[in-house]
Design a protein around this ligand. Structure first.
Ligand code: PRP
Ligand code: URA
Length: 215
């Protein structure tokens, strides 16, 4: 895994397995079941990088042979916050790495006409100020939904937030940076642009529809 320096707050997580899986996910012929599996696996690989600087504390360990000092993750309680619907597809992958993380939910959809985010649900665990949040949403297009999700978390008192998406567009990265310069954005790919309907191109289409077989 290596990260590529990118504009503003963007961290591109580069790895051959991510590139391979993402190309299959992008393919319009990839069926729903496989698409879901790929999103989950890519999210897991990305989380490995996005959590590479987690604080550790030392701990005593008894191996079958002797005592030693080992390490365990310490510090802020980890909290995953998928943006409904498509972000749900990333949760299980990240939980495979950090099974004790809590999961909040933010309900948000992009109005087809105005393209502005409409929020309809917000639920996160208590003691918000003590938590490290990872917002999950496969697509960062105009950035409206992502920026609004982060704003909701901040209104609730969150101070440490990272945003994980699979495909980002330059406009979305810029909007996140303008609105939340303190929030690192991790992405597996930075695509070329948005089309006239503000879909990411080349992109992977409508992530929620592809994940849940709707449309
Ligand atoms: C998609 C995606 C993001 C948003 C990105 O959700 O999962 O939340 O669009 O677009 P933006 O950056 O321009 O705001 P969508 O609104 O399609 O809702 P859904 O997941 O319920 O289908
Ligand atoms: N939402 C999606 O699911 N895909 C896009 O390309 C843009 C927004």
């Amino acid at each position: 895994m290596h990260t590529t320096p990118a504009p503003g707050n963007l961290v591109l997580t580069r790895h051959p397995l991510i590139e391979h899986k993402l190309s299959i996910a992008r393919d319009r012929a990839t069926p729903t079941k496989l698409f879901k599996e790929l999103v989950e696996e890519i999210a897991m690989l990305m989380a490995y990088e996005a959590m590479s600087d987690l604080a550790l504390e030392s701990v005593d360990v008894e191996t079958p042979l002797e005592s030693m000092r080992g390490w365990r993750v310490s510090g802020k309680k980890l909290t995953l916050v998928p943006v409904l619907r498509a972000g749900l597809g990333m949760v299980e992958g990240v939980l495979r790495l950090v099974p004790s993380a809590r999961v909040g939910h933010i309900g948000m959809y992009r109005d087809h006409d105005t393209l502005e985010p409409v929020d309809y649900y917000f639920k996160v665990p208590g003691d918000v100020g003590e938590r490290q949040f990872f917002v999950l949403d496969p697509m960062l297009a105009t950035g409206g939904s992502g920026a609004a999700a982060v704003s909701s978390l901040k209104r609730a008192g969150a101070q440490r937030i990272r945003f994980l998406c699979i495909v980002a567009a330059p406009a979305g990265v810029q909007r996140m940076y303008r609105t939340h310069p303190d929030v690192p954005v991790y992405a597996a790919a930075l695509d070329r642009e948005l089309n006239a309907q503000s879909y990411i191109v080349p992109g992977l289409g409508d992530a929620g529809d592809r994940m849940f077989g709707t449309r």
